[in-house]
Design a protein around this ligand. Structure first.
Ligand SMILES: [Zn+2]
Length: 471
């Protein structure tokens, strides 16, 4: 079926132009103001059309912890998240993924990287459930099962000596499990891919990271992990490796053009050089970085050093919203604090490019998505410029990124299929989704936060070490 999106506004080098976009199957086959007919014609007058963004880091099961976790730094926050963790209910996992996907679509995203914690001993079935959720919504998705092979305290500076318990699953078993998930769930032609997703160096052995790199090579998978999110992790890298975590990951062969690194707040100049040479991507999650007090990621330095940058929402336990446009706004204006030379500040157009093409590069799909171009996949978003939050008509991209756009996503296509119309998902019933979220579990009052008591004294003993660090 062919679709003609007529008379929409698209950005060009200088300003905007009004044009039409012809979709055939999963592709953009023509872009021109002169196009006339197709099987379906859609009037895009007063609409802005942009390539879909990539939500390059989130954790969909955390939808169930939205509004639940207290304001705490990451290491203590994790203890609360552990206590509030979703049960092994696959239904909850499914609706968490559906909800995250719908919120991503309705804030300009067409692709998601889900660093998903799967229920213990149900990982295969659970990964298939998450994949099904994304297929049902119609979003492009990367499922990166979040795994580790070291215990919780080992992830803290001076924590190793305080834990004698080994992780309850061997590295070899984790790699074998991961390979089963890949064989069952990884179907690139359907828009659903598996990525390797070790939680981060702080709780992974070298053997696990190297095993994951080998799996990634064997199956051509993206690699995704948290990196240097907090000062504690920076201290831990020195203690664990005697060197920078980035250099260590490079030595292990983990960094390449398919690697996306969530947060990367505590990088130094040499780290930036290594990441640029490896063509790896930093995923900027400004909202969770502030919610957890992690710091401000050196995004302007990344760009200056030639490191690709994408944007993520992070999970709803550390960013209770899942609104990409909100992440883009904060991620644009935040860096005025760290850079007095205003000539280096991010422009809204640069932000759009980072969220779309930067995200596409991160997931190794830059030749397929990320720009509006003939021959590329039809992953695009149409914004309603008559919406009150985008009025009056000045510069649409500036209004979209710097404003507070509300219900502005009029329509979305993923892989040539329309999945949103009139600001509503087409393939999932919104009322059913709301019903599940409302009734499935009203657990807020029941959580007893206990684990934090095991961690807090140790964490407090580390606080004096943090203030010396740069940046
Ligand atoms: Zn995360």
């Amino acid at each position: 079926m062919s679709v003609l999106i007529q008379n929409g506004l698209v950005p060009v080098a200088e300003g905007y132009e009004t044009t039409s976009i012809h979709l055939e199957g999963d592709r953009i086959v023509a872009i021109s103001p002169d196009l006339q007919t197709a099987d379906v014609c859609i009037d895009a007058t007063d609409k802005l059309i942009l390539p879909g963004f990539v939500n390059a880091h989130t954790h969909s099961p955390q939808i169930w912890q939205r509004g639940l976790i207290r304001p705490l730094p990451l290491e203590l926050w994790l203890a609360d998240v552990f206590d509030a963790a979703s049960s092994s209910n696959l239904d909850e996992l499914y609706w968490g993924a559906v909800s995250t996907a719908v919120e991503t679509l309705l804030s300009g995203g067409t692709c998601i990287m889900d660093h998903v914690l799967l229920p213990w001993n149900q990982e295969l079935e659970a990964a298939a459930t998450v994949a099904q959720a994304y297929r049902d919504v119609g979003i492009r998705a990367f499922i990166a099962p979040l795994m580790m092979d070291e215990p919780f305290l080992a992830g803290l500076p001076r924590g190793r000596s305080r834990t004698s318990q080994p992780y309850p699953r061997s590295t070899a078993d984790i790699l074998a499990l991961m390979e089963s998930i890949i064989q069952q769930v990884h179907h690139p032609s359907t828009g659903i891919q598996v990525a390797v997703g070790p939680t981060g160096f702080h709780r992974c052995s070298d053997a696990l990271l190297q095993g994951y790199a080998e799996l990634s090579d064997r199956y051509n998978l993206c690699r995704h992990l948290h990196l240097l999110e907090t000062q504690a992790q920076k201290l831990l890298a020195q203690e664990k490796y005697g060197e920078s975590a980035v250099h260590h990951l490079q030595q292990l062969g983990f960094l390449d053009h398919r690697t996306t690194l969530a947060h990367a707040v505590w990088l130094d100049d040499r780290d930036l050089e290594i990441l640029a040479n490896a063509q790896s991507t930093v995923v900027h999650n400004p909202l969770s970085n502030l919610r957890l007090g992690s710091g401000i990621a050196p995004i302007l330095k990344c760009r200056k050093a030639g490191v690709n940058v994408a944007f993520g929402c992070d999970g709803a336990a550390s960013n209770d919203a899942q609104d990409l446009l909100e992440a883009l706004k904060l991620g644009t204006i935040l860096h005025t604090l760290t850079e007095p030379d205003y000539r280096h500040w991010l422009t809204p157009r640069q932000t759009v490019q980072m969220a779309a093409l930067g995200g596409a590069k991160g997931v190794n799909l830059a030749d397929q998505i990320g720009t509006l171009e003939v021959g590329k996949k039809a992953d695009l978003v149409m914004y309603d410029l008559t919406n009150l939050s985008l009025l009056p008509r000045t510069d649409p991209i500036r209004s979209l990124i710097l404003g507070r756009p509300t219900h502005v996503v009029e329509a979305v296509w993923v892989d040539g299929t329309q999945v949103v119309a009139k600001n509503q998902p087409l393939k999932i019933d919104r009322q059913t989704l709301h019903h599940h979220l409302l009734t499935h579990r009203q657990q807020g009052q029941q959580v007893q936060f206990q684990t934090i008591h095991q961690v807090e004294p140790h964490y407090r003993s580390l606080l004096p070490d943090f203030v010396q660090l740069d940046p």
